[in-house]
Design a protein around this ligand. Structure first.
Ligand code: EPZ
Length: 419
């Protein structure tokens, strides 16, 4: 089992290039199943979640070619199978996007319930509700969600809660459904917009992505083409947090500053200097003391839940009491127990974490309990003196491209070892 060995205590300084967005890639790759013809997708992050979803569509009969480590060609013209591999599906949450894609393409789908990071109950009732509104019949057995979409047609769907996955799945299902679909109370995340842009560039008719209401006029077919995925908002925010927690000075390149607004606002409130350029952002935290703040995670354009763990570590390095409220997931503070081994002082009450900042962090041996918790442990290790060992890297590998090389280029002392 691989481990990271990190000798921290040095400010990160220099430049880092942000990769394509994981959560856009894992939606756009299944969306390519709706296309008859070759899709060339650029700026795909080289991470294990992408490998998993590519293996899944390959096992359904799509032709997948990696043109280089960030470009993939997908041709699903000859796809014949609408039953997803249960073993592969168990590896990741985004396997649920095969439901929307396959019912749009075949009028039928058999997909196991999804795996992925475990932070409490992760229901998919809103996904299934949208499929039912679009005319599908659904039956669950021991292994599969079985969806009959013979009668698929455009319809109105009102989501009871704002869900990224349900919004994307409904868009996938409705793209080739005859008639007009109106989705209300939609998620507005940049990756929802990126998915709609991808589908529109292949011939779909989707309007309103990025707002509460998405309107889709079903089209008969989609054609192939080339598309480039947006930069990863969460990877960018992770490097922002690492720069600030180590009191460094980092230029974060290949980003869309607008996507980082809620993060930038909180960093500025803490006293971090943030300079925005067209496609870059500079985070400088070495010139004045930082302040404790309150943060609440919310759906976009609110502060992202996926940056809650990095933010908890950053606030642990700041004197005073900070409060972080988790507004998206019921149970996303489980990783705190592991982080306590590194000296963080956090008390959790339901969805509210109270952080007693300014206590020295200490090196320890910890396990990455999930993807973003793993990232927060890397940041804690970079911010404290001594050598930290982080295991269970498979979680971090799911979402951070070339993290060792990127951190080394910023001056970090980090190695990946076997055993
Ligand atoms: C996506 O998960 C992301 N994953 C998550 O990122 C992210 O934390 C989350 O959105 C919120 O931004 C991918 O894009 C693959 P949701 P998703 O449906 O779509 C409840 C990461 O670290 N809900 O927006 O599964 C749910 O329980 C990962 O990159 C229902 O009640 O999240 C949660 O409280 C982790 N019923 C809230 O909605 C449903 O049918 C938001 O979940 C669906 C969701």
């Amino acid at each position: 089992m691989d481990k990271f060995l990190i000798k921290g205590g040095k400010p990160l300084c220099g430049e880092v290039h942000i990769s394509g967005a994981k959560n856009a890639a894992v939606a756009i790759i299944p969306a390519a199943l709706l296309v008859e013809g070759e899709c060339v997708i650029e700026n795909i992050p080289d991470i294990s979640d992408v490998d998993s979803i590519l293996s899944m569509i390959q096992s359904l009969g799509a032709k997948v070619k990696k043109l280089d480590c960030n470009t993939v060609s997908i041709d699903a013209t000859t796809l014949t199978c609408c039953t997803a591999d249960p073993e592969l599906a168990a590896k990741m949450r985004a396997s649920y996007y095969l439901m929307g894609a396959l019912i749009g393409r075949f009028g039928e789908a058999h997909v196991p319930p999804p795996g992925g990071c475990n932070f409490g109950t992760r229901p998919i009732d809103q996904h299934l509700k949208s499929f039912e509104s679009l005319g599908c019949t659904i039956e669950l057995d021991d292994t599969f969600v079985n969806i009959d979409a013979e009668a698929l047609c455009g319809s109105d769907v009102y989501f009871d809660i704002v869900s990224v996955g349900a919004t994307i799945n409904a868009v996938l299902a409705a793209t080739l459904a005859p008639g007009k679909t109106v989705l209300e109370n939609c998620a507005k995340e940049p990756h929802v917009v990126d998915l709609a842009n991808f589908l529109n560039s292949m011939g779909a008719n989707i309007r309103g992505a990025g707002t509460d209401v998405i309107k889709i006029n079903g089209v008969e077919s989609l054609r192939g083409g080339t598309y480039s995925i947006i930069p990863d908002q969460i990877e960018a925010g992770t490097y922002m947090a690492a720069a600030a927690a180590t009191r460094g000075d980092v230029l974060i390149k290949n980003i869309i500053p607008k996507h980082l607004d809620s993060i930038t606002a909180k960093f500025v409130e803490m006293g971090v200097t943030v300079e925005e350029y067209d496609e870059e952002i500079r985070v400088k935290a070495n010139d004045k003391p930082l302040k404790n703040i309150r943060v609440k995670t919310l759906p976009y354009p609110g502060f992202p839940t996926d940056l809650q763990p990095p933010m908890v570590v950053l606030l642990s390095t700041v004197n005073g009491v900070s409060v972080v409220t988790e507004g998206v997931w019921d149970s996303r503070f489980q990783y705190i127990t592991e982080l306590e081994k590194m000296g963080v002082k956090v008390s959790v009450n339901g969805t509210v974490a109270t952080i007693e900042g300014g206590n020295p962090l200490k090196a320890a041996s910890v396990c990455a309990t999930d993807l973003r918790a793993g990232a927060s442990m890397v940041i804690a290790a970079l911010a404290c003196n001594g050598e930290t060992e982080i295991s269970q890297l498979r979680h971090i590998d799911r979402g951070y491209e070339h993290i060792v090389d990127k951190l080394k280029a910023l001056g970090a002392d980090i190695e990946r070892i076997n055993g």
